[in-house]
Design a protein around this ligand. Structure first.
Ligand code: ATP
Ligand code: MG
Length: 147
C-alpha cells in the first residue's frame, strides 16, 4: 500500500491525543475506498481516538464513540461512509456477516474493525495495527503494525 504511514512491523510512539488523531488522518489519506483497517488494543489504548482522527480527516466533525455496545457505528462523512466495528464481544464472526458486514464494508470509504482477529483471513490485505499503553514513559501510546 503506497504511502501507508507505517511499514509492516514498524513501531511508533504517539504522545498525546493529537498525535493519535494525526495517525488516523494519515491512514484516511492512505487507505483506498472499500478498505478495512484492523485495530487491536486493550481498554484505553487509543482505538477511538485514532478513529476520531480518521473520521475527522474525511470531514466529519461530530463525536466518535466506542461501538462497544452497538457493535457497529456508521459515520456518514463528506468523504464517504466510515464503518466502525467492535468485534470484542462477538463470539462467532458469522454474527457480523449476518449483519451484512460484506455489504457494509463494500459500501464504505473505510471500515475500522476493532478486535477482528476472526476476520483477518477474510481480508488478507487489510493492515493490522496494535495499540498499547507504554508503562515506562508518561501518557503515551505505542502503535505497532502487525500486518
Ligand atoms: N497517544 C496518546 N497519548 C496520550 N493519551 C492518549 C493517546 N491516545 C489516546 N489517549 C487517551 O487515552 C484515553 C483512551 O483513549 P481511547 O478512548 O481512544 O481508547 P480506546 O482504545 O478506544 O478504549 P476503549 O477500549 O475503552 O474503547 C483517552 O483519554 C484518550 O484521550
Ligand atoms: Mg474505544
Amino acid at each position: 500500500m503506497d504511502g501507508f504511514p507505517l511499514a509492516p512491523d514498524e513501531i511508533r510512539i504517539l504522545t498525546g491525543d493529537d498525535a493519535q488523531r494525526a495517525l488516523g488522518a494519515a491512514l484516511a489519506a492512505a487507505l483506498p475506498p472499500g478498505s478495512v483497517l484492523f485495530l487491536e488494543g486493550e481498554l484505553g489504548a487509543g482505538k477511538t481516538t485514532l478513529t476520531q482522527g480518521l473520521v475527522a480527516a474525511l470531514g466529519f466533525t461530530d463525536t466518535v464513540t466506542s461501538p462497544t455496545y452497538a457493535l457497529m457505528h456508521v459515520y456518514p462523512t463528506p468523504g464517504g461512509q466510515v464503518l466502525h466495528v467492535d468485534a470484542y464481544r462477538v463470539r462467532d464472526v458469522a454474527e457480523l456477516y449476518e449483519m451484512d458486514l460484506d455489504e457494509l464494508v463494500a459500501g464504505s470509504r473505510v471500515s475500522v474493525i476493532e478486535w477482528g482477529e476472526g476476520l483477518y483471513a477474510d481480508w488478507p490485505d487489510a493492515p493490522v495495527l496494535r495499540l498499547e499503553h507504554v508503562d515506562t514513559a508518561g501518557d503515551v501510546r505505542r502503535v505497532t503494525r502487525r500486518r
